[in-house]
Design a protein around this ligand. Structure first.
Ligand code: PXP
Length: 239
């Protein structure tokens, strides 16, 4: 049964929209924890559009469930990660103009820069995950740089329908099997909501599903604790 990791970036989006001190990301994380989330994810973007440095430090101090820090392979952020020492980091590609992370990390094309960063994070005792497209070459690259975890990008699957969606799901299933066979822990995330969670659950070997936007959006109507609970129950009820 996959665990639910909740991405609370968009609680900070709401706060940053007005430059207020509310809503508190720490209170949001506590709600998620009470509702049975297994971990909290935040993405400290280079442009600091939502999560701020102080949020990351405060969460790492306050949380009793693991903090997963999403981050670009950028020296400034790597140094913060090494200082904060979250349980896990997930390395993602980042573009200034994007609305959200658009594709997976090109691990295969950036082995030389990625390898030393993964090594530094691992030496600090941090579990390193790579956010990649469901592609065997990218999984081979994760193995080559010594990342023990991959997060498969479910965005293409979640954004398509019909035959195209079936093809994307088949790619995810194949990548998960390939990665697990080679000893990697398999996470998945991006674009997952209550309407597609049952299909995503067809992917084998899932350790953790990282879900953000749809849960925060649902929380507007039912509250954050209930929204997290709904998703957790949806995951648990797929057999
Ligand atoms: N996983 C990664 C690596 C991401 O970049 C994101 C988006 O920040 C998510 C999961 C969560 O995606 P969503 O907000 O679409 O649920």
């Amino acid at each position: 049964m996959p665990k639910l990791g909740v991405n609370i970036d968009h609680v900070a989006t709401l706060r940053q929209a007005r430059g207020t001190v509310y809503p508190s990301v720490q209170d949001a994380a506590a709600c998620c924890e009470r509702a049975g989330a297994a971990g909290i994810t935040v993405h400290l973007r280079e442009d600091r559009r939502h999560i701020q440095d102080a949020d990351v430090y405060a969460l790492q101090k306050a949380l009793s469930i693991p903090l997963n820090l999403e981050m670009a392979v950028a020296e400034e952020i790597v140094r913060i990660a090494l200082d904060v020492c979250p349980v896990e980091v997930c390395l993602v590609p980042e573009k200034r103009a994007e609305l959200t992370t658009e594709g997976g990390l090109d691990a295969a094309g950036t082995l030389a820069t990625l390898g030393p960063v993964v090594a530094r994070l691992r030496d600090a005792g941090i579990i390193v995950s790579l956010f990649i497209d469901p592609d065997e070459a990218q999984i081979d690259a994760a193995l080559a740089v010594g990342a023990p975890v991959v997060e498969l990008h479910t965005g293409c699957f979640c954004d398509t329908q019909g035959d195209a969606a079936e093809e994307e799901l088949a790619r995810l299933i194949q990548a998960a099997k390939y990665g697990a066979r080679h000893g990697l822990r398999i996470n998945a995330g991006h674009g997952i909501n209550m309407g597609n969670i049952a299909e995503v659950m067809r992917v084998p070997h899932l350790d953790t599903l990282n879900i953000g936007h749809s849960i925060i959006a649902r929380a507007v109507f039912v509250g954050l604790e209930a929204a997290v609970e709904e998703m957790r129950v949806a995951i648990e009820s797929v057999t």
